[in-house]
Design a protein around this ligand. Structure first.
Ligand SMILES: Nc1ncnc2c1ncn2[C@@H]1O[C@H](COP(=O)(O)OP(=O)(O)OP(=O)(O)O)[C@@H](O)[C@H]1O
Ligand SMILES: [Mg+2]
Length: 411
């Protein structure tokens, strides 16, 4: 009898470990991400769950919010609650310095000047991506029941979506991956004066890519991981949140709640604010309609800053009431592949995008989908790679891409 195959990481998690419930809070700058994330983490800890809150925003304010000086490793804040401020630059150095040095050398050997070569060898946003790898660390260790992530403002976080996909593409196509190929290429490289990567460096890159892909898998685990979009009842903020929502849907990340923070409460009866209150209630309706069926949670504009345990408790009471803050508040998502009458149909739910905005471009097993400004490459199952999409339509907020049965297409 053969030795049983080692299960893949995802099956390993599902079978042996209970992954921590992981919630990422994102949104435009200053809307209250840190406050909402901290309030959620406090409530989860108070309900008896071992909880860690980590900030990946290089401009940390979590220490101030929690009133405890945090560091790059989890620090206990109160019983059951740990806090962590990931130092993006340190993560970056640890994960990327050696690769960057090799790439920079390669580019310089091709005549790129050293400043530009250094710049090119460090893609923007990589540091936050490496910070997010901390989520994987918490999934690998069984220390916490709940992982709350206070992300950098949405613009930055969004740039990172798709990186793991890009990284795997890079490995398969650009990096001289196969070792035997590498040793064959060595003399040619030498003749061309191209620096070859050391085997240890290749191991490092392989490990890094594995980690990134595992993290992507975690972020797409709709049973345990979701994103919550934080916004204020303000037209421009809501519009940006809608764009973020579209991107998240397109990339297959689950948004299980949207949070409208800083709503003027009924007590604010001053005539000066009457106009504001009217506008805010109209904006709240827009949010309810626009993000439906994703639940909308609201919190009032408090009479003071949201700092420390007392204010976090008030904010959590407003937001969640009787709801379990670490529960999965909405499921049902968003990208499916099905076969119907010999045709294969990929459906991606992507609200808020206009019909005319969808563009498709296929290159082998990669399908580039562009919806407005959001672009993503979908890796097609190999059976589909040899076929071209026969139809793409956008209806009921769902992008539908149809691949005809091969025989039917050839007939
Ligand atoms: N509901 C609220 N009522 C009153 N003040 C609030 C409320 N929510 C947040 N604040 C305050 O607003 C300020 C910004 O909040 P916070 O730092 O949580 O936002 P953020 O989205 O994390 O900002 P950044 O993008 O800079 O990280 C803080 O001073 C916070 O105490
Ligand atoms: Mg913040």
């Amino acid at each position: 009898m053969g030795i049983a195959a080692v299960p893949s990481r995802s099956r390993l998690y599902a079978r042996f470990l209970m992954p921590p419930r992981t919630i990422l809070y994102t949104g435009k700058g200053g809307v209250g991400k840190t406050s909402v994330a901290a309030a959620t983490a406090r409530r989860a800890a108070a309900e008896g769950r071992r909880t860690v809150i980590l900030s990946t925003d290089p401009a940390h304010s979590l220490s101030d919010s929690l009133g405890v000086e945090l560091g790059p490793d989890p620090v206990e804040v109160s019983p059951g609650l740990w806090g962590q401020e990931v130092i993006a630059e340190a993560e970056m150095r640890r994960n990327w310095d050696r690769v960057a040095a090799w790439m920079s050398g390669l580019l310089q050997s091709k005549g790129v000047d050293s400043v530009r070569a250094e710049e090119l060898s460090v893609p923007p946003g990589l540091d936050e991506l490496f910070s997010l790898l901390q989520i994987k660390r918490h999934w690998d260790r069984e220390e916490f029941d709940v992982v709350i992530v206070d992300c950098a403002p949405s613009g930055e976080t969004l740039r990172l979506l798709g990186y793991p996909e890009v990284a795997s593409w890079w490995v398969r196509k650009v990096f001289p991956w196969n070792r035997s190929l590498l040793s064959k290429a060595a003399p040619i490289a030498k003749a061309l004066e191209i620096p070859m990567p050391e085997p240890e460096l290749m191991d490092e890159v392989e490990h890094l890519i594995e980690n990134l892909l595992a993290m992507d898998e975690i972020l797409r685990d709709h049973e345990h991981c979701s994103i919550r979009l934080v916004m204020n009842p303000d037209r421009m903020v809501i519009n940006e949140a809608r764009r973020t929502f579209t991107h998240l849907c397109l990339f297959g990340y689950l948004t299980d709640a949207v949070i409208v923070n800083r709503v003027f409460p009924d007590e604010v009866s001053d005539s000066y604010f009457a106009g504001w209150r009217e506008q805010q209630s109209a904006q709240l309706e827009t949010v309810e309609e626009g993000f439906s069926p994703v639940p909308v949670l609201t919190a009032r504009y408090f009479d003071r800053e949201v700092i420390g345990e007392g204010m976090h408790t008030r904010l959590a009471d407003d937001l969640y009431g009787e709801i379990d803050p670490s529960g999965l508040l909405h499921s049902g998502m968003a990208r499916e592949v099905s076969t119907e009458d010999g045709r294969t149909v990929i459906r991606i739910r992507a609200p808020f995008t206009e019909k005319g905005e969808v563009k498709l471009q296929q290159a082998g097993e990669e399908l580039l989908v562009q919806v407005g400004e959001a672009r993503r490459t979908i890796m097609l199952p190999s059976g589909l790679a040899r076929r071209s999409p026969s139809k793409a339509s956008f209806e009921n907020e769902t992008l539908e891409i149809v691949f005809e049965d091969r025989d039917a297409a050839e007939a």
